[in-house]
Design a binder for this molecule. Structure first.
Ligand SMILES: *[C@@H]1O[C@H](CO)[C@@H](O)[C@H](O)[C@H]1NC(C)=O
Ligand SMILES: *[C@@H]1O[C@H](CO)[C@@H](O)[C@H](O)[C@H]1NC(C)=O
Ligand SMILES: *[C@@H]1O[C@H](CO)[C@@H](O)[C@H](O)[C@H]1NC(C)=O
Ligand SMILES: *[C@@H]1O[C@H](CO)[C@@H](O)[C@H](O)[C@H]1NC(C)=O
Ligand SMILES: *[C@@H]1O[C@H](CO)[C@@H](O)[C@H](O)[C@H]1NC(C)=O
Ligand SMILES: *[C@@H]1O[C@H](CO)[C@@H](O)[C@H](O)[C@H]1NC(C)=O
Ligand SMILES: *[C@@H]1O[C@H](CO)[C@@H](O)[C@H](O)[C@H]1NC(C)=O
Ligand SMILES: *[C@@H]1O[C@H](CO)[C@@H](O)[C@H](O)[C@H]1NC(C)=O
Ligand SMILES: *[C@@H]1O[C@H](CO)[C@@H](O)[C@H](O)[C@H]1NC(C)=O
Length: 401
């Protein structure tokens, strides 16, 4: 289960001058003072002012949850910092819950035509959470910001995280940092998770996190990811499904469609020993699982460094071989391109495209690969798939099960 967790330092790096200026009231928020909670003033300003400015040098102490949904035509110019007070018992009991993957969040933001910029920081005070999680693995750690039913958002630099039921949301020039200063890692700090959303664009951003860089959960359509720098990356660069999602639940149909990831001068460094996956699609198989569709996907322009599995399709995800043969995945995968994938793996296998039997993967194009293992000859693996493209000859005759 891949939970998305909190608590990052997000540097907002979109300049305020790009924002649309409203003719209506502009309010400037400053901190109420040591020991005080700035949440009520923040919520009230977001509701009543068309522009809310948190000036440079101001740190708002957010110690109660923020529900700023149903807004329209708002500009939040966050030049200073919003810091989420790490009162763990409070957030555990009061974070907004999302049933999908059992998550909670500090802040839900939603509405129409919202611009967030200013170059400031969302500070999730992650260290307290990483340390508490080390002694309580069932601790729910909040997502810093969740865009909830947001439509038409631009330059929204900081949701470092979760887009739930969004439409036409753009993240541009955002920096996410989730680093632990103790021995307890900043685990499960996904960059973006996109769920039940359409037309989400993520571009020109830098992620220093402890988990997926971008993860497309079910019912994500028409998404473009470009020019992202993810480093260092312990697990997954970009993945289209989740351990807890595509095909996992019986009776649920999941869709991930029309997702392009063009990586222009992207560097993926996986410096940690548990570096796992580069560009990956995974889906459950086995008896009693759900169904879905992954189609029209382009992964292009990946530069990977010391990644365990640079290129992966796993359509028997968490399913043993016999079970996968008896019950092939009902998540069909069609029209996927892997193009211009270069760099190094940690083991011999540089690409593994393993589909369920019964032609559940079709139109898989592999082009312009330049992948190397640390030494010796690279291994390319495939199963139950017909590959096309100029890299297809790198693969042996695919195993048929
Ligand atoms: C990104 O943000 C930084 C810092 O605010 C700014 O200097 C830079 O011009 C921005 N770049 C783009 C392409 O907007
Ligand atoms: C933030 O607010 C809470 C509750 O009012 C308070 O306990 C805490 O000390 C405050 N933190 C800071 C840094 O002022
Ligand atoms: C957030 O506030 C809105 C408007 O007051 C309300 O309708 C909604 O139920 C609240 N959301 C949550 C998750 O509490
Ligand atoms: C661990 O976290 C869970 C979920 O927040 C909580 O219910 C439980 O009481 C915590 N356990 C301990 C020992 O603190
Ligand atoms: C998406 O958002 C952009 C920027 O605000 C806007 O120009 C465009 O019209 C929106 N598109 C749709 C389909 O709503
Ligand atoms: C995804 O969309 C399909 C088709 O509209 C729908 O049947 C399914 O319930 C949706 N799944 C989720 C998780 O929202
Ligand atoms: C395959 O997917 C790409 C990228 O989304 C799209 O441009 C193309 O039209 C698709 N091809 C077919 C035959 O649907
Ligand atoms: C592979 O690279 C060649 C040469 O740059 C280019 O013409 C071709 O379109 C690339 N393949 C794909 C699928 O983009
Ligand atoms: C591969 O192509 C052959 C010949 O068209 C076809 O018989 C076979 O079913 C295809 N295999 C898969 C896994 O789609």
């Amino acid at each position: 289960m891949r939970l998305v967790f909190p608590s990052l330092l997000l540097a907002l790096t979109v300049s305020a001058s790009q924002a649309t200026h409203s003719p209506h009231a502009s309010c400037t928020l400053t901190a109420a003072g040591s020991g005080k909670d700035d949440s009520p003033a923040f919520i009230s300003a977001m509701q009543s002012c068309s522009t809310v400015v948190v000036p440079t040098g101001t740190t708002l102490n957010i110690s109660t949850r923020l529900n700023t949904t149903g807004l329209s035509n708002k500009h939040l110019s966050l030049q200073g910092t919003m810091r989420f007070n790490p009162n763990i018992p409070y957030w555990s009991a009061n974070g907004f819950p999302f049933t999908f993957q059992t998550q909670i969040t500090f802040w839900i933001l939603g509405g129409t035509n919202i611009v967030v910029d200013g170059g400031g920081t969302l500070d999730g005070a992650g260290q307290a959470w990483y340390d508490a999680f080390a002694s309580n693995s069932s601790l729910l750690r909040p997502i810093t910001l969740t865009l909830f039913q947001a439509t038409t958002m631009i330059n929204s630099p900081e949701w470092f995280n979760f887009v739930n039921e969004g439409k036409n949301v753009t993240f541009n020039n955002v920096t996410f940092t989730a680093a632990s200063t103790s021995s307890n890692g900043a685990s499960n700090t996904d960059g973006w998770d996109i769920y039940r959303s359409d037309q989400v664009t993520i571009k020109n951003s830098v992620i220093n996190n402890g988990d997926d860089c971008v993860s497309f959960k079910p019912n994500t359509t028409n998404t473009v990811v470009s020019n992202l720098n993810c480093t260092p990356l312990p697990t997954v660069f970009l993945q289209l499904t989740s351990a807890s999602s595509l095909g996992q639940f019986p009776g649920v149909f999941d869709i991930v469609e029309n997702c392009d990831s063009y990586w222009d001068q992207v560097t993926l460094f996986s410096l940690m020993s548990n570096a796992q996956n580069g560009a990956r699609i995974k889906a459950f198989a086995g008896s009693g699982k759900g169904s879905g569709s992954v189609k029209n996907i382009v992964f292009s322009g990946f530069i990977e460094s010391a990644v365990d599995n640079p290129v992966v399709i796993d359509q028997c995800y968490m399913t043993d071989a016999a079970d996968c043969t008896a019950f092939p995945s009902n998540v069909v995968i069609n029209n996927v391109t892997f193009n211009m994938i270069s760099g190094t793996s940690t083991g011999k296998t540089v690409a593994s495209l393993e589909c369920s039997p019964d032609s559940r993967c079709s139109n898989i194009l592999v082009e312009n690969f330049s992948l190397k293992p640390p030494s010796g000859t690279a291994t390319y693996a495939c199963q139950n798939v017909n590959l096309t493209g100029n890299a297809a000859s790198l693969f042996p005759a695919c195993t048929v099960t």
